[in-house]
Design a protein around this ligand. Structure first.
Ligand code: G4P
Length: 533
């Protein structure tokens, strides 16, 4: 085989063993615990608990961390890479705090699949719903994990109904629990009808002990609960809740697993499913609708920028998702928007906050480029045949605040900070070209405002007054509709820097009425411009 045939084959086989996914969940559903258990099963940590320990260590490192530490939260999302069953897993971590930001959404643009973690006592919660909508807009396949089954909770059949009716995703359980929530004995694996009995390890620090028990013994040992589980399985068969690869990959149905991340019950089943069911990286569709073959020359796009992580080195770390080809550290790539060469001498992998120099990467992997201050979110990088990937969508902001420098003599610093932070995607900046010169900043989570003010003050020396307004939602509109809207109260039309007109509304009911009464007005949901998957 020629060298070039070799490299094509290598890239194709490396891509095929990659699984790049994110976990979506509501705070407290168990995402951090599950992440730790994945790392434990992947051998990336020896004992569960290491993720939090790492997070603690990094807190000493920069002023970001001061804020994180004070509040006990993680502001920045990270990527964890580990091997499991000869696969390479890239787990993209979405920030796990109560208040999220656009970063949380953007991370999903780099994922090929998502694991949706639901607390068995709670079902679908608000943040799961929002994140789910982003997955749906991109048709990202979703595997569902019903977590905390070791604790009292709701009837799992009721939860299946809730998933189907609330988000129109058809759950197809692969495992079904034996025992009620709070009395979790094990699961029936519907693929081969085996009963897998779980037993606990001390605080779940090691893999859960599993034993395959034959049905006769299970019926004897587990009694009525085993019978009830069999009836549950029969019911699922009857209603056709059966795994279907095509509808799963289309984001219409979701294989479902039941478990307890805390005690490790069901974690292996879930991880195996990610290897066996979740898709490997596939050719990314470019802005003209053409796929870029996996084994063509290197290409990737920036989905997240993390700036000034270390205050002593004003660095910008750009997270690039590799879409095709082999990335090698030191290679010179073309920066799509400027057409300029970009040297990748300082390329790192980012595991939690630990950085290691990375030598090579393949489709599905994430590379951290250091000193990447010229790169912006959504930028394409490539080698060889030029390619432009579609922009990463901006998301419908729900919070709006006016912002002005407290000290007017710092106006210059304020202006350049505002421009920089907008470029990084920390907040969206809206202006009224014909009216009030005070800009409005927009976000999906309040934390974005906090990070914005903090950075303006500490990095640009401009303390600001941020005043939240009563607006609660935004719709994309056009000039004709804007003219109609301007004559009404409770609505404001502002221009975003990309030229889009956004109409802000205070009252959702009133907006709903306008939409009903004026079907000819343009009032688009902002999420619909999601990039094709
Ligand atoms: P998050 O990242 O989604 O916010 O959730 P996290 O994993 O931090 O879990 C939230 C709480 O739920 C934690 O308890 C965690 O131990 C618990 N938990 C997670 N999975 C399970 C499970 O399967 N069963 C049970 N019973 N509990 C689970 P905490 O008391 O808030 O924190 P900690 O002191 O245990 O760390």
């Amino acid at each position: 085989m020629s060298v070039s045939a070799d490299i094509h084959a290598l890239v194709a086989s490396e891509a095929a063993r990659r699984r790049t996914f994110a976990i979506i969940s509501h705070p407290d559903a168990g995402k951090t615990t599950l992440t730790e258990k994945f790392l434990l099963y992947g051998g990336a940590v020896v004992e569960a608990g290491a993720v939090k320990a790492r997070a603690g260590r990094r807190s000493a490192r920069s002023d970001w961390m001061e804020m994180e530490q004070e509040r006990g939260i993680s502001i920045t999302s990270t990527v964890m890479q580990f091997e499991y069953r000869d696969h390479v897993i890239n787990l993209l971590d979405t920030p796990g705090h109560r208040d999220f930001s656009e970063d949380t959404y953007r991370v999903l643009s780099a994922a090929d699949a998502a694991v949706m973690v639901l607390d068995v006592a709670k079902g679908i919660e608000s943040q799961t719903l929002k994140l789910f909508e982003v997955c749906r807009a991109r048709n990202i396949p979703i595997i569902t994990f019903l977590n905390k089954y070791d604790r009292p909770g709701r009837d799992p059949l009721e939860l299946l109904d809730e998933i189907e009716s609330q988000i129109n995703l058809k759950p197809t359980p692969i495992t079904w629990p034996v025992g009620i929530p709070g009395d979790f004995r094990g699961v029936i694996d519907r693929r081969d009808s085996s009963f897998v009995k779980f037993s606990r390890t001390a605080r779940g620090t090691r893999a859960a002990a599993e034993e395959v028990v034959d049905p006769q013994r299970a019926a004897l040992e587990e009694g009525d609960v085993f019978q009830a589980a069999l009836e549950g399985v029969q019911l699922l068969d009857e209603v056709g809740a059966v795994y279907d690869r095509e509808s799963f990959l289309a984001g219409e149905s979701s294989p479902l697993f039941v478990g307890s991340a805390l005690t490790n019950f069901g974690v292996r089943h879930l991880l195996d499913a990610i290897m066996d069911m979740a898709p490997a990286p596939s050719p990314r569709i470019d802005a003209t609708g053409e796929p870029r073959a996996i084994d063509s020359a290197f290409s990737g796009f920036v989905f997240k920028i993390q700036a000034n992580i270390d205050r002593f080195h004003r660095d910008h770390l750009a997270f690039v998702r590799v879409c095709s080809g082999r990335f090698e550290r030191g290679m010179v790539v073309t920066h799509g928007p400027s057409g300029r060469p970009f040297a990748t001498k300082y390329a790192t992998s980012v595991f939690g906050a630990e950085r290691d120099t990375i030598e090579e990467a393949y489709p599905g992997d994430v590379v951290g480029l250091v000193n990447a201050s010229d790169l912006r979110i959504g930028d394409t990088l490539y080698v060889g045949e030029p390619v432009v990937f579609p922009p990463i969508p901006t998301f419908a902001p729900e919070l709006f605040a006016t912002v002005r420098p407290r000290d007017t003599s710092r106006f210059k610093q304020f202006r350049s900070g505002l421009a920089q932070l907008e470029r990084e995607g920390v907040v969206q900046v809206l202006r009224d070209p014909d009216g009030d010169p005070v800009p409005t900043v927009a976000a999906v989570g309040r934390m974005q405002f906090e990070v914005f003010s903090h950075r303006l003050e500490h990095e640009f020396g401009a303390t600001v007054d941020l005043k939240e307004t009563a607006y609660k939602m935004a719709r994309r509109t056009d000039a004709a509709t804007a003219q109609q809207l301007r004559s009404l109260g409770g609505v404001k039309v502002l221009t975003r820097s990309d030229g889009e007109l956004l109409a802000l509304f205070e009252n959702p009911y009133w907006l709903a009425r306008l939409e009903r009464d004026h079907p000819d007005w343009r009032l688009d949901h902002i999420l619909v411009d999601a990039a094709p998957a």
